[in-house]
Design a protein around this ligand. Structure first.
Ligand code: NAD
Ligand code: UDP
Length: 345
């Protein structure tokens, strides 16, 4: 009897050890495979694609958004996924959000000139206070943090194409400054958290990006022209249409963002992410008319103040760091985007 009890105790002890080891193994595996990632601005155009990509790779995704320009439609398919957590919150408030996270992508900020100029003070504080709050959060949890900066930090560039070491030509008191200087200020804050607190930062400068999930009333050139062409309305060319932009399809950007996040702590940026093929706005309009078989006519209206005349990224750095190769041509990307916008006709 005494012998049996001893045997029983040993078996129970071994089982407990076994269970404990299993638990540790599970926790390690879970934390290795499933990163906990916060995406601010996750219900917007770029953010929603990023959230989906991160979920596809089995991560737990916290999407923080105040829906100022984002929308539920963009995230509706993800809402039923238990690994997707929506936090309806302004990045300036943080709303008591406090979870152990491994990575932060800071995207929260309206990106279309008509939207960011609607409430310029809010645009500016979103960039600055939002960056500060996210940097403090990443400092607390030693999380890597990536800032979605912009080609707008180069302003109306005098150097062409734009390399990361170009300091830009921004009008600090103009109508675009709330966005341009907000983003420049956020870059400054990122660099200072890196130098002062060793926060693991990454800064990317995104050039004009387009694709499905852009809001039909977003106001940016690709969505405007497609919506106008699909309904045979006049295509609004601002100025002469000879100003240029370089358009990157969303899938290429998302791949680049995720790869930059995965680089070692020595890679801090800033790094340009964009498609270097340059088009005039007139060429873009003509391509969209052709692809949609539209009867739209071109009309010329006044050019907004401080509208940059040329823009084209030098992507040598991104190519060297992550083999960045934005290989989706404009026509191919436009076809996919037009198919998406058909629903809103
Ligand atoms: P978007 O307007 O579609 O998305 C921005 C998202 O941020 C929206 O969901 C909006 O509701 C949210 N947001 C705004 N202010 C917020 C706040 N205070 N708190 C919480 N959420 C807030 O724009 P997008 O094109 O997806 O741009 C995303 C990011 O990428 C922006 O930071 C933008 O500056 C940057 N970027 C975009 C482009 C581009 O071509 N799309 C180019 C350069 C940089
Ligand atoms: N643009 C235009 N018609 C429109 C919307 C924009 O001609 O209906 C022009 C705008 O003046 C700019 C370019 O297209 O020169 C890109 O504008 P967008 O707002 O998309 O991006 P950003 O100016 O921020 O690069």
């Amino acid at each position: 009897m005494k012998y049996n009890i001893r045997k029983f105790v040993i078996i129970v002890y071994k089982c407990q050890l076994c269970l404990f080891s299993l638990l540790i193994a599970f926790t390690i595996t879970y934390n290795m495979v499933n990163k906990h990632i916060l995406v601010t601005g996750g219900a917007g155009f770029i953010g929603s694609h990023l959230c989906q990509n991160l979920l596809n790779h089995d991560n737990v995704v916290f999407c923080m958004d105040n829906f100022i320009t984002g929308n539920y439609e963009n995230i509706s398919k993800m809402l039923s996924n238990p690994k997707f957590k929506l936090i309806e919150c302004d990045v300036e408030q943080l709303c008591d959000f406090d979870a152990k996270i491994d990575e932060i992508y800071n995207l929260a900020c309206p990106a279309s000139p008509i939207h960011y100029q609607k409430d310029p003070i809010k645009t500016f504080t979103t960039s600055i206070q939002g960056a500060y709050n996210m940097l403090e959060l990443s400092r607390k949890y030693d999380a890597k943090i990536l800032q979605a900066s912009t080609s707008e930090v180069y302003g109306d560039p005098i150097i062409h194409p734009q390399k990361e070491n170009y300091w830009g030509n921004v009008n600090p008191v103009g109508i675009r400054a709330c966005y341009d200087e907000g983003k420049r200020g956020a870059e400054t804050m990122f660099m200072d958290f890196y130098r002062q607190h060793d926060v693991r930062i990454k800064i990317i400068r995104i050039f004009n990006t387009y694709g499905p999930n852009m809001h039909p009333c977003d106001g940016r050139v690709v969505s405007n022209f497609i919506m106008q062409a699909l309904s045979n309305k006049d295509i609004t060319i601002y100025g002469t249409g000879l100003q240029s932009r370089s358009f990157q399809y969303i899938d290429n950007l998302i791949e680049g963002m995720v790869k930059i996040m995965a680089t070692g702590d020595d890679v801090i940026g800033p790094v340009n992410l964009g498609n270097p093929t340059e088009y005039t706005i007139l060429d873009l309009a003509k391509s969209i008319i052709e692809l949609t078989n539209s009867r739209s006519k071109l009309i010329f209206v006044s050019l907004p103040l401080d509208d940059p005349r040329r823009r084209k990224p030098d992507i040598t750095l991104a190519h060297n760091l992550i083999g960045y190769n934005p290989n989706i041509e404009l026509i191919e990307g436009l076809k996919k985007t037009i198919a998406y916008f058909q629903h809103f006709k």
